[in-house]
Design a protein around this ligand. Structure first.
Ligand code: MTE
Ligand code: MO
Length: 220
């Protein structure tokens, strides 16, 4: 298993760090999702590109566990069967990747993050969430963003089990933020009282990542 390994250093990682330094793709426009479905600087794609650190961790549904811990009242440790037996959400949403592609109308099924919060009961001082993935990737979100009404831990896409290349058995989907916040191959979810920037957030990418405000890079 790759979970204790350092994330791989790749040419793509170095290219994306360079884009952050140069402010690549920035248009300087700010729009709102109500007025404009496609965020500034994005273009629509019909296919679904694969983007990650280059390692697909081989985690079957049988071996997968969800470990939820930190500033919560009820730590959760579920097998895939226990996870899948929770109340099922089905959401349709758009993907916006910071590398400028957007893909409309993705059908996801899984557990709404709000249901997870109801189960694990964050303490009053919990304000941030960090996702830890089996490839060594991490990403951080404000608890309010994690709790968005259309955010979910997805195990299915278009009615089929989520493929390994797209983050199966289970990935996060947070449609209102750039897609790097949507961690693939979720291993554990940590609740924190202080923020803890993740893999891209310490490599020049924005701490929040609102596509309509073009929060691509830190300092935008
Ligand atoms: N575990 C993990 N999750 C990840 C990544 C990653 O490298 N590892 N890459 C992020 C980035 S930068 C993007 S754009 C999306 C890509 O998801 P996709 O390959 O399903 O399109 O996954 C995000 N989640
Ligand atoms: Mo990305």
């Amino acid at each position: 298993m790759a979970e204790d390994n350092e994330p791989p250093d790749s040419k793509l990682t170095r290219t994306k760090e360079k884009w952050a330094r140069e402010g690549r793709f920035l248009t300087g426009k700010i729009t709102r999702p109500e007025d404009q479905r496609l965020p500034p600087g994005q273009h629509q794609t019909k296919d679904w590109p694969v983007l990650d650190l280059g390692v697909v961790p081989p985690i079957s549904r049988e071996r997968w566990r969800l470990d939820v811990y930190g500033a919560i009242e009820n730590p959760v440790f579920w097998t895939f069967a226990e996870f899948a037996a929770q109340k099922r959400a089905r959401f349709i949403s758009d993907i916006h990747c910071v590398t400028t592609w957007s893909r409309y109308d993705n059908e996801w099924e899984g557990l709404a993050t709000r249901e997870l919060l109801a189960a694990c009961q964050p303490r009053p001082d919990a304000r941030f969430v960090v996702l830890h993935s089996h490839d060594g990737y991490t990403t951080n979100l404000a608890l309010d963003d994690f709790a968005a009404e259309d955010a979910l831990l997805a195990h299915s896409w278009s009615g089929e089990p989520l493929s390994a290349e797209h983050g199966g058995p289970v990935r996060l989907v947070v449609p209102h933020l750039y897609f790097w916040k949507s961690a693939k191959w979720v291993q554990s979810i940590e609740f924190l009282t202080e923020d803890a920037p993740g893999f891209w957030e310490v490599r020049g990418y924005h701490n929040r990542g609102d596509p309509w405000a073009e929060q691509r890079y830190s300092g935008d």
